[in-house]
Design a protein around this ligand. Structure first.
Ligand SMILES: NC(=O)c1ccc[n+]([C@@H]2O[C@H](COP(=O)([O-])OP(=O)(O)OC[C@H]3O[C@@H](n4cnc5c(N)ncnc54)[C@H](OP(=O)(O)O)[C@@H]3O)[C@@H](O)[C@H]2O)c1
Length: 322
């Protein structure tokens, strides 16, 4: 099959062996995959795949089932599905544990469905499972116009959580507000602290979804309310800083570190079932949808990565597989 390989630091399409389909796995012929920020970090060598995972990039895909491993039940060949992957999405075929596969929403096409699993999984997991967000609690979403951010805004709106976003320019803030965010702050122009406090009537926020880390930690702690939760999902702003533990202690703040890719198959299976129960109905009624910025072909993965790295994208960038 054809797949993307890393050759002299560039992404190139080449022929490699088809994946084996182990018991309990489903073999998918990929129609599309989506780019995640983690793919950029993985190709730079700073985010190696977990032991046993495919070295090929790609954390999600959608396509058609072309093979069923021993013991797989409830799926059939020819069915259109999307899947949360530990790797291997930038390829014509991928084998994935059955628990990480779901039928595509009936009103979506297969290509669009490739943009669901990783970002809606990450947003739902961290807001509603790790941080136990309940209706009416206020949320601060950093990188609000990212793939994860645009999923999180829509989940917040659907589940009754007012949210404030940060993003790199005014156009992105406007987009986030149209999608359901209450307000926002441009990270390159101002510090978010004052505006978030104004927005929340000085009360602060209950939960923060933060892919930035060190740069924002001090202000994140200031803006969290009593019993606030900080779900740390990335380190785009660095990993080392000093913090005021007084804020953590006195406000009973919980700091939750969370990575999805390295979680076990049973954990991911549970997450996918939660998505099926609580998020799929929102797709099926067109209440929410993945936000697609641009679509490239798999052979154009290098250009697609350059585009994502430029921080211009709003929502997801897809790669279609011929
Ligand atoms: N822990 C997990 O399980 C998990 C899973 C999925 C994703 N993530 C993390 O979630 C984040 C979003 O992922 P994604 O794939 O949705 O990203 P994406 O669509 O590529 O968007 C990332 C955005 O982050 C903003 N950004 C870049 N550098 C930044 C910096 N130094 N400080 C603040 N903002 C910065 C940029 O937007 P602006 O210029 O508009 O701010 C950029 O467009 C990434 O950090 C990713 O690693 C974590």
């Amino acid at each position: 099959m054809k797949a993307i390989d890393i050759e002299k630091e560039k992404l190139v399409l080449r022929d490699i062996k088809d994946p084996l389909t182990n018991p309990g796995e489903i073999l998918i012929k990929t129609t599309a995959t989506a780019i995640n920020r983690a793919d950029l970090v993985q190709r730079s060598g700073l985010y190696p795949p977990p032991p046993g995972a495919s070295p090929i990039l790609g954390l999600e895909c959608a396509g058609e089932i072309i093979g069923l491993g021993e013991g797989v039940e409830g799926f059939e060949e020819g069915q259109k599905v999307c899947a949360l992957l530990t790797g291997g999405g930038y390829a014509e075929k991928v084998a994935v544990p059955e628990g990480q596969v779901l039928p595509i929403p009936s009103n979506f096409d297969t290509i669009l469905s490739a943009a669901i699993p990783e970002v809606f999984g990450t947003a739902f997991l961290n807001l509603y499972m790790e941080a136990n967000l309940v209706p009416k609690e206020r949320v601060l979403l950093h990188a609000g116009a990212s793939g994860v951010g645009t999923a999180a805004i829509q989940l917040c709106k659907a589940f009754g959580n007012p949210c404030f976003v940060t993003a790199g320019n005014l156009e992105k803030i406007k987009f986030c507000k149209n999608l359901g965010a209450d307000d926002g702050s441009v990270r390159t122009k101002e510090n978010f602290l004052k505006k978030v406090l104004e927005w929340s009537g000085d009360s602060g926020v209950d939960v923060i979804l933060d892919p930035v880390g060190a740069n924002y930690l001090s202000d994140n702690l200031k803006v969290l309310t009593i019993d606030g939760r900080l779900a740390l999902i990335g380190l785009m702003g660095g990993s080392e800083c000093e913090i005021d533990l007084g804020q953590v202690l006195m406000k009973r703040i919980k700091i939750i570190g969370s990575t999805l890719r390295a979680r076990s198959v049973p954990f991911k299976t549970h997450l996918m079932q939660e998505l099926l129960k609580k998020v799929w109905p929102l797709f099926e009624t067109n209440e929410i949808e993945p936000i697609i910025d641009k679509t490239f072909r798999l052979s154009e993965a290098e250009e697609a990565h350059e585009y994502v790295a430029s921080n211009q994208s709003i929502g997801k960038v897809l790669l279609t597989v011929d």
